[in-house]
Design a protein around this ligand. Structure first.
Ligand SMILES: NC(=O)c1ccc[n+]([C@@H]2O[C@H](COP(=O)([O-])OP(=O)(O)OC[C@H]3O[C@@H](n4cnc5c(N)ncnc54)[C@H](OP(=O)(O)O)[C@@H]3O)[C@@H](O)[C@H]2O)c1
Length: 257
């Protein structure tokens, strides 16, 4: 019988993270679910144990705190496990760099969106390299591919996640470790309600929205295929090409969020 892989998913209490958990459980992985809301993680864990007989561990942690990745490594080691599949997915819309004047809030955003992603890779990728097998999906965004006059935080943070994934990919892909940045466009999750963006969501046409199951299936396929960047959805793959055109760029730069 093949060895059961262990997948650690951050931001598993909702949206894309919960969907990663459902799809990885369906393919037979053991799961470690991470987020702040314990009840949500426990409810998901219980449903996956009942449906697939999955071994699921719940670890609560706030990834905007610098000590959390090391704490997670310690807890995973205490469980007697190692991580074969790392899904760095936790994320928020976050503050506007210029308009939101609380620097502590900005710093917590950078810690969650940038530092914790690097920190999780720092802790978990060397073991994958040593064992000669690993899969990493860093959830980025189309906002990291297309520069727009938005809040000057979310897009740049996701651009870092893409750059990090691309460089890690060239560094470790010949060691059996695939690192992939998943770039979704607008996706139905709790993200926009959590970020106070309900009105923006209502203002967008239905055809720009994708469901989480489609985005996650494409993300996992891209990761398995060894693609360092996986853009999900045909609409966004076309937009990605168009956005690089000298005719379309000036139009994007004129739009405001
Ligand atoms: N939805 C979209 O349109 C879209 C598009 C492109 C990219 N993305 C990216 O997709 C990823 C997942 O977002 P989503 O759309 O699934 O949003 P979501 O439904 O709001 O889920 C976000 C997840 O992140 C967790 N999280 C937030 N802050 C955290 C913290 N400080 N520490 C630990 N966990 C934290 C939340 O759990 P707790 O609150 O329980 O901690 C939740 O599980 C994010 O990286 C986001 O930037 C989303």
């Amino acid at each position: 019988m093949p060895e059961t892989r262990t997948a650690l998913i951050t931001g598993a209490s909702a949206g894309l993270g919960a969907e990663f958990a459902r799809q990885l459980a369906a393919r037979g992985d053991r799961l470690i679910l991470v987020a702040r809301r314990k009840e949500k993680l426990e409810a998901l864990a219980e449903s996956l144990r009942a449906k697939h007989g999955t071994e699921v561990h719940v670890l609560t942690g706030d990834l905007s705190l610098p000590e959390t990745p090391a704490m997670l490594l310690e807890q995973v080691t205490e469980l007697g496990l190692h991580v074969d599949v790392l899904i760095n997915n936790a994320g928020i819309a976050g503050p506007h760099l210029l308009e939101d004047r609380d620097w502590a809030q900005q710093q917590a955003f950078f810690e969650l969106m940038i530092v914790s992603v690097a920190h999780m890779c720092h802790h978990f990728v060397p073991g994958m390299v040593e064992r000669g097998y690993g899969r990493v999906c860093n959830v980025a965004s189309m906002a990291g591919r297309i520069t727009r006059p938005a809040g000057a935080n979310y897009g740049p943070a996701k651009a870092y996640v893409i750059a990090l994934s691309k460089e890690l990919h060239v560094l470790v892909s010949d060691k059996g470790v695939h690192v992939s940045a998943l770039c979704p466009g607008f996706t139905h999750t709790e993200f926009h309600a959590a970020g106070g963006l309900d009105e923006m969501k209502r203002g967008l046409p239905s055809w720009v929205w994708y469901d989480a199951d489609v985005v996650v299936a494409e993300g996992l396929a891209g990761m398995e295929a060894g693609r360092s960047v996986q853009i999900s959805g045909r609409l966004y793959r076309i937009a990605d090409v168009l956005a690089r055109s000298p005719f379309v760029r000036p139009l994007i730069n004129r739009t405001r969020r």
